[in-house]
Design a protein around this ligand. Structure first.
Ligand code: 13P
Ligand code: ZN
Length: 269
């Protein structure tokens, strides 16, 4: 069977970006085995021929009613699939799904019947929320960045905005490129609807949230930008940890330096 990507350069570009990011996740050591997942809302690339595609799976109940996803299409990493494999073959390690008109089921339409990620409740609830509020964000990323996850093992970093302020103060770029900071979600069962609901609430205030002792979940306009936000945060965590390893606690930028940066780049307070 022909790939859905054939003769659809815009859609192919979107999927190739996912593959590129999947490779980075593996290279960074954030994607052990099947760790992490990616979904992208690709509805803008859908034409009549795609809409006419028959389902290649039975409808699967999502367990939630997501009214803003009616007729939407998503690329989803497959559950148990490896990022390092997805980097080479995105359409064998992920699939394209369509949300059915009852807004309670999805069906797979291409290329192969690869079952979507176990974190689909969080991803789809988040896409539903983004569309509801008219956000231009179309991509969501869950990954296991080592240093950020390590920090989530200490209660001292889990108080609201403690980690955000610390990470922002490690290097000026972090606030510039992750201006809403890092939200914190207490440990919850992976793949659960409770985790999806908690993630939604935090995304009111943050683009990246920490799932305590597990990983982060990030949203942005496209998958490369979502990756960049996690990358700058984790760079800051690495600088903090490197300083600690050298035997001192880093000073961090001063309040005056942070305020100057915030003014100069017109960032939120
Ligand atoms: P999946 O393989 O189902 O995407 O799960 C990976 C993961 O990181 C779960 O939190
Ligand atoms: Zn995970």
């Amino acid at each position: 069977m022909e790939s859905i990507l054939k003769n659809r350069p815009a859609l192919e570009h979107e999927i190739m970006q996912v593959a590129e990011v999947a490779g980075y996740l593996w290279q960074k050591g954030w994607a052990e085995r099947n760790g992490g997942n990616i979904t992208v809302n690709i509805t803008e690339h859908v034409d009549d021929a795609i809409r006419a595609l028959p389902a290649i799976s039975a409808p699967v109940a999502m367990g939630v009613h997501l009214p803003h996803l009616k007729g939407c299409y998503f690329y989803c990493k497959g559950t148990q699939k490896r990022m390092r494999d997805l980097a080479r073959c995105p359409m064998s390690n992920g699939s394209i799904i369509r949300i059915t008109d009852d807004c309670e089921h999805y069906e797979i339409v291409a290329d192969q019947a690869v079952k979507p990620t176990s974190e689909l409740p969080a991803h789809l609830s988040v896409h539903n929320y983004l569309l509801a509020k008219g956000s231009p964000y179309r991509a969501s990323l869950h990954t296991h960045p080592i240093e950020l996850v390590a920090m989530s093992h200490s209660n001292s970093f889990l108080e609201k905005d403690v980690a955000t302020r610390l990470l922002w103060s490690m290097i000026p770029e972090t606030k510039a490129f992750c201006p809403r900071g890092l939200g914190i979600i207490p440990y919850m069962l992976p793949g659960s609807v409770a985790l999806a609901d908690a993630t939604l609430k935090e995304l009111d205030d943050y683009d990246v949230v920490m799932w305590e002792k597990h990983g982060v979940f990030a949203v942005d306009t496209d998958i490369m930008s979502a990756f960049d936000q996690v990358d700058v945060l984790n760079k800051s965590a690495q600088i903090y940890i490197a300083s600690k390893s050298m035997g001192f606690t880093p000073d961090g930028m001063s309040d005056e330096q942070m305020a100057e940066m915030t003014r100069a780049f017109n960032l939120p307070k």
